[in-house]
Design a protein around this ligand. Structure first.
Ligand code: ZN
Length: 133
């Protein structure tokens, strides 16, 4: 597993949060993208080498809607860059982690992604992401 690729923050209203984070970082998001399969609209900010992903649910069944219902807005996941997502999934399963999707799926920002269940990671949802070449 490599560096932190980004931190995902669940928000209720992407438009309001885009304004907030634009003030915080002093620049606009570089990308806004809907990921229909996940029921989210996302926007991405860069601050130095760091990347923040804001996620807003597009329907009430979205995992983001459920997260906000339970915990309110806030940090939703930490994403780590990996060079070979399939072999990381195999390795982490052997280590006893619960992989939510064993077949990597297409996530936002041109990535293949897989998630580890927070039950086995001290309550932190971890995303693995591999850049799509
Ligand atoms: Zn993410």
């Amino acid at each position: 597993m490599n560096k932190i690729e980004h931190i995902g923050i669940a928000v209720k209203n992407l438009e309001d949060s885009n304004k907030l984070f634009t003030s915080l970082f002093g620049k606009l998001p570089y990308k806004t993208e809907e990921v229909a399969s996940e029921g989210v609209t996302t926007s991405f900010f860069k601050s130095g080498p760091n990347k923040i992903e804001l996620l807003q649910a597009t329907d009430s069944n979205s995992p983001i809607a459920k997260f906000i219902d339970k915990k309110g807005e806030g940090i939703h996941h930490i994403a780590f860059a990996v060079t070979d997502i399939q072999s990381e999934i195999t390795r982490l399963k052997k280590e006893g982690f619960i992989v939510l999707n064993e077949t990597p799926k297409k996530g936002a920002d041109n990535k293949l992604v897989a998630f580890l269940h927070p039950k086995a990671t001290n309550g932190v949802l971890i995303e693995l992401c591999q850049e799509i070449e």
